[in-house]
Design a protein around this ligand. Structure first.
Ligand SMILES: Nc1ncnc2c1ncn2[C@@H]1O[C@H](COP(=O)(O)OP(=O)(O)OP(=O)(O)O)[C@@H](O)[C@H]1O
Length: 230
């Protein structure tokens, strides 16, 4: 469960990116975060995985209070939160297998278990046959599937995705969205910031709309709304 109480974030340059947000996201929910460019969506999601810290307020993720969490405990928190970015962020010198295995190696998983888990997850994202490929030998959609595999290989309770289809064509975006839906159907909470109007309007999930750092709309089977982008 994710709970924010009176959360605000002012960056050192004085920009108030998130302004007194209160929200509760239950286990197993699929939530889209929408809103105009610069509204505070990334800041809102970054605070969930402690990439940014709130200036004030309280954030609780699966029982852990992030506002008082020691820096040394952040890696432990990240094990239970998968993160997916628009630009994939794969390690270019590692193969697909190694990119996914990396998350397990750092926690000291044994090699046999690593192999089993990585191949299982690559099977789920339909990339087992490309396990030995390098990121630059893959299409954008394939790279995103590897990054999704990496985000879920530790079996986290929550996956946060910031604009995961932003670099992908419409068909590939749909493939990625169905993959997230499958992961959600297995019980993982998904929080996704997106500008993809068609997908949000078709999927009929919970929609949280942020404008100027505030939640202006929170609907169970919501719509994208009307925002203009570049
Ligand atoms: N590291 C930072 N330092 C200072 N200001 C920042 C920083 N990151 C974001 N901001 C500012 O905070 C506000 C919210 O930015 P944020 O990236 O959260 O918006 P967003 O809704 O995710 O935008 P987009 O849809 O364009 O990605 C903006 O005014 C932005 O310029």
């Amino acid at each position: 469960m994710i709970e924010m109480t009176n959360v605000s974030k002012t960056y050192p340059n004085g920009v108030l990116a998130v302004n007194n947000i209160n929200v509760k996201i239950n286990k197993g929910e699929f939530v889209y975060v929408v809103g105009p460019s610069g509204a505070g969506k990334s800041t809102f999601t970054k605070m969930m995985y402690r990439e940014e810290r709130p200036t004030s307020g309280k954030i609780i993720i699966n029982g852990t209070d992030l506002s008082t969490l020691k820096e040394s405990k952040v890696p432990l928190l990240r094990r239970n939160i998968g993160v997916v970015f628009q630009d994939f962020r794969l390690l270019p010198k590692l193969t697909v297998f190694e990119n996914v295995a990396f998350a397990l190696e750092v926690i000291g998983e044994n090699p046999r278990e690593i192999k089993r888990k990585v191949l299982d997850i690559l099977d789920l994202v339909q990339l087992k046959h490309k396990a030995r490929f390098f990121p630059d030998e893959l299409s954008g959609g394939e790279q995103q599937r590897v990054s999704i595999a990496r985000s879920i290989v530790n079996n986290p309770g929550v996956v946060i995705a910031d604009e995961p289809t932003g670099n992908l064509d419409p068909d590939t975006s749909w493939e990625i969205m169905y993959l997230f839906e499958e992961i959600n159907n297995r019980g993982t909470t998904i929080v996704m910031a997106t500008h993809n109007k068609e997908i949000v309007n078709t999927m009929k999930k919970r929609v949280i709309a942020i404008e100027a750092g505030k939640i202006v709309r929170d609907e169970a089977r919501g719509e994208y709304g009307f925002y203009e982008y570049d």
